[in-house]
Ligand binder design. Structure first.
Ligand code: CP
Length: 303
């Protein structure tokens, strides 16, 4: 089997993504039924996180463990990458020792460089440009609760950053409509926006969420923007997603946030506890969708 990487949602065909979501739903069912499924006996993953993580690390570590394999966590402080070992050299060494690598780092180009020089699958565990793994969990969650997302409408409100970019790619791949409202100066990358007719910028948060099926936001200051927090809080204040904004969405709409959330900033203090919020299931689906992804990359489709 030729090695595949998952650096972006665009690396997979729609059919492959659709398979992954179905498989993630099945792996969730098996997990809840207590079924032991361990096809990864003897397999090892290396998880490199150069930025903080809770969900991504636990999903990959617990997922690898549940599938019968083993995961090794490396931070910049523990590995020679943090002392300047070239990524191509690291890629070649990992390819000699382990079966799959997940990496979270700022530069998408560093992840691409790792994938280019590794003979084992590489997964983008988040860069400043994309967060494709989160989208697998989000689409799984939507489809579990609401059925196929094709033809539905999603409103994204907030920073036009890695989550917004990944939603644009998802709209392109799954064929849903995406309306995006961002403060001036925080728009998504123009090339990614121009890559699909399924995503449009709108003027206001109300326009973005009007009658939509799903409302999504993300933190106002992603990792790497901590020094801008005070300025951003002021600019983004009108873009808070709260119960009143949710009332503009469809009466059946749900709310997602990749977490961690800052209550009182991009979400109101209470929205995560509102019945329309599905963020805990969404977080849980990081585990099941990441298991489906690792299984696909290491074994291929399972009938
Ligand atoms: N959503 C997400 O990626 O969470 P972590 O940063 O905790 O991994």
């Amino acid at each position: 089997m030729a090695k595949r990487d998952f650096l972006s949602l665009l690396d997979f065909s729609f059919e492959e993504l659709d398979y992954l979501i179905g498989r993630a739903i099945e792996l969730r069912r098996m997990n809840e039924a207590g079924e032991v499924y361990q096809p990864f006996t003897g397999k090892t993953a290396v998880i490199i996180l150069e930025m903080n993580s809770t969900r991504t690390r636990v999903a990959f570590e617990a997922g690898m463990n549940q599938l019968g394999g083993h995961a090794i966590f490396l931070s910049s402080n523990d590995s020679q990458l943090g002392r300047g070992e070239p990524i191509p050299d690291f890629a070649r060494v990992m390819s000699e020792m382990v079966d799959i690598v997940m990496i979270r780092t700022q530069k998408q180009s560093d992840i691409e460089c790792l994938a280019e020089h590794a003979s084992i699958p590489v997964i983008n565990a988040m860069s400043s440009f994309l967060h494709p793994c989160q989208l697998l969990a989000d689409i799984q969650t939507f489809q579990e609760l609401k059925g196929p997302i094709q033809g539905k409408t999603v409103g994204f409100v907030g920073d036009g950053y890695n989550m917004c970019h990944s939603y644009i790619n998802a709209a392109r791949q799954w064929g849903f409509n995406l309306r995006i409202a961002c403060p001036e100066g925080f728009y998504p990358d123009e090339n990614i926006l121009a890559s699909t007719n399924n995503a449009q910028m709108v003027e206001t948060p109300q326009e973005a969420v009007d009658s939509v099926d799903l409302v999504v936001t993300d933190v106002w200051s992603s990792m790497g923007h901590e020094s801008e927090e005070a300025d951003r809080r002021e600019v983004f204040q009108p873009y808070q997603v709260n119960e009143q904004l949710m009332d503009h969405a469809s009466s059946e709409a749900i709310f997602m946030h990749c977490l961690p959330a800052h209550r009182g900033e991009e979400v109101s203090e209470t929205l995560l506890d509102d019945p329309r919020a599905v963020v805990w299931r969404e977080a849980g689906n990081r585990l099941h969708s990441q298991k489906a992804l690792m299984e696909f990359l290491l074994i291929g489709k399972v009938d």
